[in-house]
Design a binder for this molecule. Sequence first.
Ligand code: SAH
Length: 355
Amino acid sequence: MSLLDQLIARIRQDGPMRISDYMSECLLHPHLGYYTTRDPLGARGDFTTAPEISQMFGELIGLSLAQSWMDQGKPEPFALVELGPGRGTLMADLLRASRAVPGFHDAAQLVLVEASPALRDVQTQTLQDYAPRWVGSVSDLPEMPTFLVANEFFDALPIRQFLRDGAGWRERLIGVEGDSLAFGLGPISEHVALRARVQNTKDGDLVELCAAAIPIITTIAGRIATHGGAALVVDYGDWHSLGDTFQALQAHERANPLQNPGQADLTAHVDFEPLAHAARAEGCAHTRLTPQGVFLERLGITARARSLAGSLGEQEQESLIAAHRRLTHPKEMGNLFKVLGLYPAYAAPPPGLEP
Ligand code: SAH
């Protein structure tokens, strides 16, 4: 039975489904889920991410985290963590770039948070020299100083959508029309998590909530506040969510998110404000939300590109220039993608994210 047929049967039996439940099923169903069954990255996959565009991305993240580690007195041992490492490319680049930092590799315990067995296999190959350990959830991360990166992880977490109707909200739900899935609206209700949004929205506005992100950030911020460390959270999104950002990508093209469940990548923009708020509640400091282009320029991406270019042929130089532009230019990923840094209130903010 296909995932579409299973979902239709479930909705016929239980009634309309939350978008968050739909996303969870489509992405992580044990046999039919999108991430569980494949490696979706790269030119032949469905989407490309910053570390797959250029090695410079992971290298600069590595230098930022290694500098934070030095600034905090080189704690030993520490957990070097990545959430949703994909193919392991970012972590491999990070580790190569930080090899020259005395003591960093010896003190690091590499821990990867990955739900997909298919991608764990790829990560095993990419990172075979570094003895990584996998955990299924951040609650299993060790209690120690934690230096962490998450690129395009939070956008894969399930969201719910709410349409403002007067002083209340109607949830956007997924039902069945004929043999297909279709969006509809639930009844008006109040939601505690949406109370603060009444001030900055108007009738007819749509907002998104990602409840799953909160316990994850709370755990990470707790580790950093208690034991030291730093986190770099990189994703597309903004300070407030506003409007429908639920989208499907298949073979690098936008697709209807209700068609071919389990066959397309589903994401939503990250609302960083509640993440920062949850970190603060744990006594953890956070940086200003910084555009990816600004972050990478501050860390010296242009100098890094120049030094790489020296050893390249003409065609490779062209693609290096294109990659630099793609990562940093405001009309490409430079402005759409943002970086939020978490760090202990007593320590310096992560390099690239200073006020
Ligand atoms: N960070 C990588 C991959 C991004 S794709 C890159 O930049 O290239 C999203 C990643 O998060 C995949 O590795 C996916 O399997 C993982 N993932 C998605 N939801 C998850 C969850 N709930 N728990 C753990 N990993 C998850």
